[in-house]
Each structure stands twice: as C-alpha cells, then as structure tokens.
Design a protein around this ligand. Structure first.
Ligand code: HEC
Length: 153
C-alpha cells in the first residue's frame, strides 16, 4: 500500500514537471514568434523576399495560383527592419529616407495586388504587377544599396 502511494506520488510529480517544461517551451516559442513577427535584420528580410519572388515566378509557370498567392502574401507582410538598423539607414539617407519608404510601399501594394489577382486566377494581371514589383526591388537597390552597403553590420 505504501509502495502504491509512493508510486502515485512519483507519477504526479513527474507529470507536473513535464507539464511545466512544456509550458516553458511554449512560452519560449511564443517569444520567438513574437520576435519574428516584429522585426529582423535587413539582409535576411531581403533573402526571404528573393525566395518569395522565385516562388511567384515558379507559380506563374506551373499555373499554381495558391503558390503565387502565398508567396505574394509573405512579401506584403514582410517583417520590418529592426529599429537599430532603421536608425542607421535614416542617418545615412537623410531626407532620402522618404524615397526609401515610398519604394517599400510600392512593393507592399504590388504584392497585395498579386495576391488578389492570384485569388481570381488572373494571370496577365499577375504578370504586370510582378513586373512593377521586380522593378521596385531593383529601383531601391540602384538608389540605395551602395549607400548602405557595409553600414548595417
Ligand atoms: C526600400 C529599399 C529596398 C527594396 C524595396 C528592396 N530591397 Fe533588397 N536590398 C536593399 C538594400 C539597402 C540592400 C543591401 C543591404 C546590405 O548590403 O547590407 C538589399 C539587398 C538585397 C539582397 C542581397 C543582395 C546581396 O548582395 O547579398 C537581396 C537578395 C535583395 N535585396 C532582394 C530584394 C528583393 C527580391 C526585393 C523585392 C521584392 C527587394 N530586395 C526590395 C533595399 C531594398
């Protein structure tokens, strides 16, 4: 009898410990997700944008509209540049920060238009929006990449 009691106590203890471990894991991953939904460094954001552009391109060729939609959605909702780097960008660009932000807005708007067109299976609309989107990526790079290179590390 004593032994059974002890066993039960041990079991309760073990499961309680397991539960609290699980909770702290959950908290940890919530914290990570929170960080991810807020901001990131510019370069990882850029590499994800490029991966999403590739996915849209692929979706166009295989006529996979959900694939186009999901990649365009990720571009529209890309993370913000982290505050520290944003400060550096502002400092280096001065008034031109307005142009930097404007082009980013074009990227957001065109990506949203691609999502909408993908939901309506409108391929030619997707292509013309994709064109403007890609031009905006290159437009920002032409104007600002060399001015910011090696300043953001
Ligand atoms: C508002 C400005 C802006 C827009 C819009 C923009 N980028 Fe960038 N991108 C930059 C800057 C600035 C850098 C350089 C960062 C550095 O060198 O530290 C960069 C770098 C990159 C790089 C890394 C290149 C390398 O030499 O390693 C890739 C890839 C990239 N961008 C992809 C994209 C794609 C794809 C889009 C469009 C969907 C896009 N970017 C839109 C500003 C922008």
């Amino acid at each position: 009898m004593k032994r059974v009691k002890l066993t039960i106590m041990v079991m309760v203890f073990v499961s309680l410990t397991a539960m609290s471990c699980k909770d702290s894991k959950k908290e940890q991953s919530n914290a990570q997700n929170k960080q991810l939904t807020e901001s990131d460094e510019l370069l990882p954001i850029m590499y994800r944008l490029m991966a999403d552009m590739k996915q849209i391109n692929e979706g166009v060729f295989i006529e996979n509209y959900p694939m186009i939609d999901s990649a365009a959605y990720r571009i529209t909702h890309h993370l913000e540049i982290n505050p520290g780097q944003m400060q550096i960008i502002k400092k280096n660009l001065g008034e031109d920060i307005q142009e930097f932000v404007r082009i980013d807005m074009v990227v957001h708007d065109r990506a949203a238009a691609i999502s909408k067109a993908a939901q309506q299976n409108k391929m030619s609309e997707i292509l013309s929006q994709y064109n403007i989107l890609q031009q905006s990526c290159v437009n920002c790079h032409n104007q600002f990449r060399s001015r910011l290179r090696n300043k953001l590390q």
